[in-house]
Write a protein that binds this ligand. Structure first.
Ligand code: ATP
Ligand code: MG
Length: 503
């Protein structure tokens, strides 16, 4: 059968979605064919998650229509449970698992198998085991989710979505938190689903993935439909151009060729009971140091320990050669250490505060007038300047960060620490979920920091990013620094082998 004669699994026509004061989507149309993976791409705040939620009935689109297998859906009574009955499933951008429940319980929440009045655990277990076998995954389904690795949690999220025999599966940045090896596993599963005739809508900022796994694409920009087409007919520069509305003027990574000064931070034998031990590392003024490691290697815990927000059982921290006690984040801030954390909802932002307050919180001292009053004007100007630098998409500085898109929340966290005038910057996965244009801006900012003599430590799951940014990369494996690469050894191959414990 030719492609055009197949009935699409899903068709969206002229979808418009308005929130108070924002038109999140306007006139978006595309269709999804059986067995195909459709990439939904665009800058942060372009409307991708909103479109996904309109399709699943979480939001009711203001205008437009939806067709499922050729039949128009009655949107006036559409809801999440109706979309599930119609075989539409989603894995959301933010984790939505109950950490204390087992995977099995999580998979069946809301749609238990029943035998009379009781939940039929045996049938559920069989069904879940069958699904895991189909996906060729072996995960212990009977332990609480909190004990699983991030990559396993993602597979549980996916299993939860497809257990109801979904035919349309939306994956909203499923791989943003994963690394190469786990992403390959997800791709393997996507291919299994495609072969079964399932259609997938794939949201991601990692554009290489689009070319590896997707068949068709839709680009959104500011809620508007830029273009849809076949992936085979475009290349990466073209896609970037469509997403950011211009060509990327130079390489994504700036040249870090400024002078490197004295060591600013040195960590000696830092140990935290079960998480990491005997970590030695240093970073100098003007230097970017990367930390690579698989999920669970202890990278996040390490940078948090340096920031005083993770317990340390042994070891010392030296700042400019002077032994320094950092017992809590207040100590760290006093010593001009800033942390851009990876769990932005928990640590980085106060969701109920507005953009301005979130941006200026750690640097409130700067905005004191006559010691007691806040200099609101200066505060607003600075918050504006930094958020503009990062191309934040927001309505006003007084908007709650809760209503920003995922990637734009991350930008506020970064702006906040850039403004805080730190000397040592700890970035934990700073570009997770950030669009390609904004990544470019963040890299430029990091370069400006090093030019100004700041020291930067960066943790990232994307090796390409570490190689592009860092002078030296420490490789962490099961809580220990196993290797350090720089110069000619700073290649994907050397690092991957080291990460996997091959050499
Ligand atoms: N519940 C809401 N109330 C008000 N505005 C919202 C709400 N949800 C999203 N928006 C706004 O709608 C626009 C689109 O947001 P959306 O989350 O769909 O972006 P996205 O493309 O998924 O971005 P990202 O790549 O950062 O995840 C943004 O301007 C956002 O601030
Ligand atoms: Mg989103």
């Amino acid at each position: 059968m030719s492609e055009t004669s197949r009935t699409p699994l899903l068709e969206i026509k002229d979808c418009t979605m308005k929130f108070p004061g924002v038109i999140a989507l306007s006139g978006v149309s595309f269709s999804l064919l059986p067995g195909e993976c459709h990439a939904l791409v665009g800058e942060n705040g372009a409307g991708k998650s909103t479109l996904a939620k309109c399709i699943t009935g979480e939001y009711r689109m203001t205008e437009g229509s939806l067709f499922r297998a050729g039949e128009e859906v009655d949107l006036s009574s559409y809801s999440v449970s109706k979309s599930q009955h119609q075989g539409i499933a989603i894995v959301h951008q933010e984790f939505q698992l109950m950490e204390d429940l087992t995977s099995l319980e999580n998979i069946f929440i809301g749609h238990y198998e029943r035998k009379g009045l009781f939940i039929d655990w045996k049938a559920q277990k069989e069904k879940a085991d069958e699904l895991m076998e189909f996906l060729q995954c072996s995960i212990n389904l009977t332990i609480p989710v909190k004990y699983l690795r991030t990559a396993e949690k993602q597979i549980v999220q996916l299993a939860k979505a497809i257990i109801l025999d979904a035919e349309v599966v939306i994956l909203d940045e499923l791989t943003a938190v994963l690394q190469e090896k786990d992403i390959e596993n997800i791709f393997r599963i996507i291919n299994i689903l495609k072969k079964k005739g399932i259609g997938l809508i794939y949201v991601s900022h990692r554009l290489d993935e689009v070319f590896e796994i997707c068949d068709s694409y839709t680009v959104l920009c500011d809620g508007k439909h830029i273009k849809s087409g076949r992936v085979s007919e475009i290349d990466k520069p073209k896609l970037i151009e469509m997403i950011i509305g211009r060509e990327l003027s130079s390489d994504l990574y700036p040249a870090f060729d400024g002078p490197i000064g004295d060591t600013i931070l040195e960590v000696k034998n830092l140990t935290s009971k079960d998480t990491f031990k005997n970590v030695n590392l240093k970073v100098a003024a003007g230097e970017v140091v990367g930390i690579a490691g698989l999920v669970g290697a202890g990278k996040t815990e390490l940078v948090n320990a340096i920031f005083g927000s993770y317990p340390v059982t042994n070891g010392e921290i030296y700042i400019k050669g002077k032994k320094t006690e950092i017992r809590n984040p207040m100590d760290a801030i006093r010593h001009k250490i800033g942390l851009v954390p990876d769990e932005r909802k928990l640590l980085g932002l106060n969701m109920m505060y507005d953009v301005r307050n979130n941006t200026t919180l750690p640097s409130w001292k700067k905005f004191k007038k006559y010691r007691i009053f806040s200099d609101h004007k200066a505060e607003i100007e600075k918050a504006f300047e930094y958020n503009e630098k990062l191309k934040l998409k927001y309505r006003s500085l007084y908007q709650k960060v809760l209503n920003l898109s995922g990637g734009n929340q991350q930008k506020v966290v970064i702006a906040k620490w850039m403004l805080a005038d730190s000397e040592i910057f700890l970035f934990d996965e700073p570009t997770r979920g950030i669009d390609v244009g904004a990544k470019f801006e963040i890299y430029k900012q990091i370069k400006e920091l090093t030019n100004a003599g700041k020291a930067v430590i960066i943790v990232s799951p994307e090796l390409e990013e570490l190689i592009g940014l860092a002078h030296r990369i420490y490789i962490m494996f099961e809580g220990e620094i196993k290797d350090e690469v720089s110069g000619e050894r700073k290649t994907q191959e050397v690092i991957i082998n080291s990460l996997l414990g091959v050499n």
